[in-house]
Ligand binder design. Structure first.
Ligand code: IVH
Length: 670
């Protein structure tokens, strides 16, 4: 090989990897798949090994990630947080084992085999059993102090459990992975889409984005979870195996993945484990991207030590991502309720890991341009676990002649108004608040089930009324005349009558439903409820200043700004006046005087036999109680159904009253 060319390639790779580190660690917006990243890193490591003279302490091969963002306080890890060497096949797993045996001079090694969760690594400091500080990994030496956000994770004990067999150390670093389960992730994204926010690309990004929120009130509303899998420095306790460490972590009250972690007596058991977990992967409630093997004997771990960025005693065995190639037929640009333009690749349908894929969101213009995706291109797409498919890259060799670079339309594909890109935002928006697509979406949202719940006013009818120019905004609904409706072909006398009646019936909605129905950016059902409870009527809410809004627990500056902006907009003020004129008067939800659950708060865990969560929730709220998703000091009851989760442990460790389904039914008078 030509040395000159190799050196050039080393420099190139270092730059490219730095760039992707930045995207992955600092912006939570990776552009390439993990597999692709690993390939680049390997190529760099191979080349660096061939030219030891070219060693550089600042090469990305020597670091785990990028330096932390300036916005959080930085945190120096008392002992470094290492990364893991990767293997992709049984051969590589066997090589790892042979290497260790040779270095240790033994002929068998026993391991602990663990699933490799796809979230983000954190380091937690406990002093005398009390959670003091916690940080992200950052570059392995320095991370970001996210203590407040970690405290919002309900399964994370703030105090270690103490018993005679589990002494509490005066100092310990505990390591683990913060993640979001697949179903809560889907729900979070649906809610974001509903609230006019960009969905997260995958659970890992959602977890990272949530943990790295400056506003911990937002973090608290995200379904974050944690599993702990190791320790760093510890004072006063000696462990001899990793298995003992895991057991002790469990006894201290930390969530440890006990259902999947196994002892493996030799490397063959590890390979079997890799295959077994690979088969289970899809059915697990969270995403994993492989397994981790760790030498069980801690003194052997110490003997083996580390090579630059990773320990010699551990190995990540990665699953292959399901990838396929297909052709981009066109790139559509869709307009959302909040005016955001999203490019979407429409592709020849192709089966990826068991699911037919024909569309993939391309997120925004930058994303399309970085990957240089063009109509006619052959692209590699991938689905990791249950996640939305993504376009990984273009196969340039297959690009036909005459393709054109993608450009975002200058005018809204729907209303032809000018498209703008706000400073500091990746999204392009149609800022015309009268943009038909946005308005139609807006009206549909207003009438939808969780909002004003107007029967017979779904997507089709909203669009029909809008297109016929009978309505231009939600308030116009209340001025609809039956005769004009009947004139519309699909509206026979009877259905027109029903629709008018349904609209009329919605004139005194609960205040929270009305606030939600307005479609204020970032104001979902829960926030609407908080606002309704706090302000009591629309006037108070419309006159609220920023401080009044942020005084509410769970409302941070971003939500507050969006509410203020909404009620400053002339067009919205006009619509509010029209509502008033039409006699639309939201009702503050009265707490019934016979509210037996007044002041009591409930947390549900596990499945109930007799009713679903929503029903239980409605009953509790009707009787004056509240429902929360996380166990806190102020929780009155934790209702445990079958298969309860970590909330039960939390309740037990914090001494909160736990009741079963039968006791719950009695409490609500059933
Ligand atoms: S052990 C020195 N165990 O994988 C040991 N890591 O590339 C360092 N991860 O930063 C980590 N599950 O984010 C370990 N059971 C597990 C893990 C795990 C997921 C992640 C973690 C780490 C990365 C290493």
């Amino acid at each position: 090989m030509d040395k000159q060319a190799d050196l050039k390639r080393i420099a190139e790779l270092r730059k490219t990897i730095e760039y992707h580190n930045q995207r992955y660690y600092q912006q939570d917006a990776p552009e390439i798949s993990d597999a692709e990243y690993d390939r680049l890193m390997r190529e760099l490591q191979d080349l660096e090994n061939r030219y030891p003279d070219e060693y550089s302490a600042t090469s990305p091969s020597q670091r785990v990630g990028a330096a932390p963002l300036a916005k959080f306080a930085s945190f120096n890890h008392p002992s470094p947080m290492f990364s893991l060497a990767n293997a992709f096949s049984s051969e590589e797993i066997l090589e790892f084992d042979s290497r260790i045996k040779r270095l240790a001079g033994v002929d068998n090694i026993s391991y602990i085999a663990e699933p490799k969760l796809d979230g983000l690594a954190v380091n937690l400091i406990y002093e005398n059993g009390i959670f003091k500080r916690g940080a992200t990994r950052g570059d392995g030496t320095t991370g970001e102090d996210v203590t407040q956000n970690l405290k919002t994770i309900s399964s994370l004990p703030l105090k270690m459990k103490h018993a005679s067999h589990n002494p509490i150390p005066s100092f310990i670093e505990i390591r683990g992975e913060v993640y979001i389960e697949k179903i809560p992730f889907e729900k979070l994204n649906l809610r974001r889409i509903k609230d006019g926010e960009e969905p997260f690309a995958n659970p890992r990004n959602a977890a990272a984005g949530s943990l790295r929120q400056l506003d911990s009130k937002i973090t608290a509303r995200r379904p974050l979870n944690i599993f702990l899998y190791g320790i760093g420095n510890v004072t006063g306790i000696d462990f001899s195996t990793h298995w003992e460490v895991l057991k002790m972590l469990h006894d201290w009250g930390f969530p440890v993945n006990r259902t999947l972690i196994e002892q493996a007596k030799d490397i063959n058991a590890c390979i079997n484990y890799f295959e077994k977990i690979g088969l289970k992967r899809e059915s697990l409630p969270y995403e994993i991207d492989g397994i981790v093997l760790k030498v069980d004997d801690l003194s052997l771990q110490r003997t083996l030590g580390n090579v630059s960025r990773s320990p010699r005693w551990a190995l990540a065995c990665k699953f292959p991502a399901a990838q396929e190639t297909t052709i981009v037929k066109k790139i559509d640009v869709q307009v959302g309720r909040m005016g955001t333009l999203t490019p979407v690749a429409i592709m020849e349908p192709v089966n990826v890991g068991g699911v037919t894929v024909s569309r993939a969101t391309l997120h925004n213009e930058d994303e399309v341009l970085k990957k240089d995706i063009r109509v006619g291109d052959t692209v590699v797409i991938q689905r990791a676990g249950d996640v939305i498919p993504e376009v990984v890259r273009v196969i340039l060799e297959k690009r036909p002649a005459g393709t054109e670079i993608f450009t975002m339309p200058k005018h809204c594909p729907d209303c032809n108004s000018e498209i703008v890109r706000m400073e500091g935002e990746a999204a392009h928006r149609c800022v015309n608040i009268s943009c038909p697509t946005q308005l139609k979406e807006h009206i549909r949202h207003f009438a939808s089930r969780g909002a004003m719940d107007i029967e017979g006013l779904g997507e089709k009818v909203s669009a029909q009324l809008f297109n016929a120019k009978l309505i231009a905004d939600p308030a116009d609904l209340y001025f609809l005349e039956k005769d004009r409706l009947v004139a519309l072909d699909r509206h026979a006398e009877k259905s027109a009558h029903n629709l008018i009646e349904a609209i009329k019936k919605s004139k005194n909605p609960p205040l929270d439903k009305f606030i939600y129905a307005l479609g204020i950016r970032h104001v979902g059902e829960r926030t609407a409820r908080l606002l309704a409870d706090h302000f009591g009527n629309m006037e108070n809410l419309m006159n609220a200043k920023e401080d009044d809004l942020t005084a509410i627990n769970e409302i941070g500056p971003e939500i507050a700004a969006s509410i203020l902006e909404f009620f400053h907009e002339h067009k919205n003020i006009d619509v509010m006046n029209k509502f008033r004129k039409a006699g639309v008067i939201p009702q503050k939800k009265e707490i019934q005087t016979d509210a037996p659950l007044q002041g009591k708060s409930f947390v549900f865990t596990g499945t109930m036999e007799t009713m679903g969560r929503n029903e239980a929730k409605a009953i509790v709220e009707n009787q004056g109680g509240t429902i929360h998703s996380a166990v806190t000091k102020s929780t009155t009851y934790v209702v445990a159904g079958s298969d309860p989760g970590s909330k039960l442990d939390k309740a037990k460790s914090s001494g909160i009253k736990i009741i079963n389904e039968e006791e719950f039914l009695k409490l609500i008078g059933r």
